[in-house]
Design a binder for this molecule. Structure first.
Ligand SMILES: [Zn+2]
Length: 91
């Protein structure tokens, strides 16, 4: 589920799809987070709707993300290997 069943900020809902949900937030609740983190829930006093972005990650999940993260230096190496040099750049 990539959108919550109901709006966090008013009684509107249920939404039919992500576009429908984001359009509502962007037009009716300007500058408020559409996908509130645990800190946002506390700060705006929102009612949780059991969505994945409301969860605090466990230490293990954080370590997992760090392990899967490719450092910038590695990505630069990858792209400089695969990028095709263009003659236009030098003329
Ligand atoms: Zn709303």
């Amino acid at each position: 589920m990539t959108f919550p069943p109901r709006c966090y900020y008013c009684d509107f809902g249920p939404f039919v799809n992500t576009d429908n949900y984001e359009r509502h937030i962007v037009t009716k609740h300007v500058h408020l987070p559409a996908y509130p983190s645990p800190g946002d829930l506390r700060f705006y006093k929102l009612t949780p709707q059991n969505m994945y972005w409301e969860r605090t990650l466990t230490d293990q999940e954080i370590m997992e993300r760090i392990r899967n993260y490719t450092p910038v230096s590695e990505r630069v190496k990858h792209y400089s290997r695969t990028a095709k040099p263009t003659t236009k750049m030098w003329s």
